[in-house]
Unconditional design. Structure first.
Length: 247
């Protein structure tokens, strides 16, 4: 009997000592100036971005240029929806490339697949998902163009980039010129891009793409009556740099 009682007391002492050591380690760790912890609630908290409605219009926060593994991104489509919800967006366009699909040897799917995969998650989280794609050709000569509100990206898989954009227009797409200053020393319209403008196949221009800002694009939009865009063009996961304290 004494042996059993001693064994039980020893076991209780062992557990108490273990939890005491763990608690002490946590206290030391939390007071260690070289290691601080920030509670990670990114999977559960939506960071609301409050912008008042204006002149009778409903203001939505969105990103119209973003990629997944179905072109040259490294993120699954449903994760893009979760990021958008987390970061307080209301609307998202997954604009995977028509031509540039470096993962296609591993992913055998058509050019509308990312949209199909993302749609149920978007509906669940209340994100308005816009069908989109990107026509990608030589920068500085032809350029990259996003077509949003399309119906079928497969029909835009054409050798002639102008015909691809004409097909987008037939589908009722809104077309904008991406990152005009990327890999460029100056911002100028190429002869091909001037032809697109004359034909009415450019509706907007990106003034901000990721961490790049092109002030000249603002003048273009003002002078040519084009829509100004600011997008992430994210290929990697969108990081959480910090959380707002609303107290």
């Amino acid at each position: 009997m004494m042996k059993r009682l001693f064994a039980v007391m020893l076991l209780c002492f062992t557990y108490a000592a273990f939890f005491s050591i763990v608690a002490d380690a946590q206290r030391i760790e939390n007071t260690n100036p070289n290691k601080q912890f920030i509670p990670d609630k990114s999977n559960h908290v939506r960071n609301e971005v409050v912008i008042p409605d204006f002149a009778g219009y409903k203001v939505l926060k969105g990103d119209f240029h973003i990629h997944t593994v179905f072109s040259d991104g490294v993120v699954w489509p449903t994760y893009r929806i979760q990021e958008a919800w987390r970061d307080g967006l209301d609307i998202l366009a997954i604009s995977d490339h028509i031509e540039y699909r470096p993962h296609s040897q591993y992913i055998n799917a058509d050019r509308n697949t990312s949209m199909k995969i993302a749609a149920p998650e978007a509906e669940k989280l209340g994100i308005l998902l816009v069908p989109a794609t990107e026509v990608t050709r030589e920068q500085g000569v032809i350029g990259h163009f996003n077509a949003i509100f399309i119906k079928d990206a497969e029909l835009m898989n054409l050798e002639d980039p102008k015909e691809a954009l004409r097909e987008a227009r037939r589908q009722g797409a809104f077309i904008f010129f991406n990152h005009p200053g990327w890999k460029m020393d100056t911002l100028v319209f190429s002869p091909f891009q001037k032809e697109l403008l004359e034909e009415g196949l450019i509706d907007g221009v990106e003034a901000v793409n990721g961490f790049e800002f092109y002030p000249r694009a603002i003048s273009w939009c003002k002078d040519l009556n084009l829509t100004l865009f600011a997008t992430s063009d994210a290929h990697d996961p969108v990081p959480v740099y910090f959380k707002y304290d609303r107290r």
